[in-house]
Design a protein around this ligand. Structure first.
Ligand code: FES
Length: 110
């Protein structure tokens, strides 16, 4: 974990370490982390760019309200990283601009 993160983990016993990838880079997480909290703890504060200006955005509210934590998880775009728990081997990618409908494997209307 980079030492530059402003986020510090509380000492916890019994939480297993696991590894996810973010934009192809291995990130250490712990069982029970949300994707957003794991990324913040690893000093990955920008998880998407805005569709209009391309400005970087990252997790803010950590409770499903702001949508600034949108990421692609295991090929499914536009998921709120703060609402999804990490799993070993999970592949997370930053969202760049608008969601690609053609590449989406998730149908929100089912
Ligand atoms: S951080 Fe606000 S919705 Fe996820």
């Amino acid at each position: 974990m980079p030492s530059g993160s402003i986020f510090r983990r509380l000492p916890e016993g019994g939480k297993s370490a696991l590894t996810i990838t973010f934009d192809g880079e291995a990130i250490e997480a712990r069982e029970g982390d949300s994707v957003a909290s794991a990324l913040l703890a690893a000093d990955r504060t920008a998880t998407r760019t805005t569709p209009v200006s391309g400005s970087p955005r990252g997790p803010y509210c950590l409770m499903g309200i702001c949508f600034d934590c949108l990421v692609e998880i295991d090929g499914v775009q536009n998921l709120q990283g703060c609402m999804v728990d990490v799993k070993a081997g999970m592949v997370v990618r930053s969202m760049q601009g608008a969601r690609s409908v053609a590449n989406s494997s998730r149908n929100d209307f089912d």
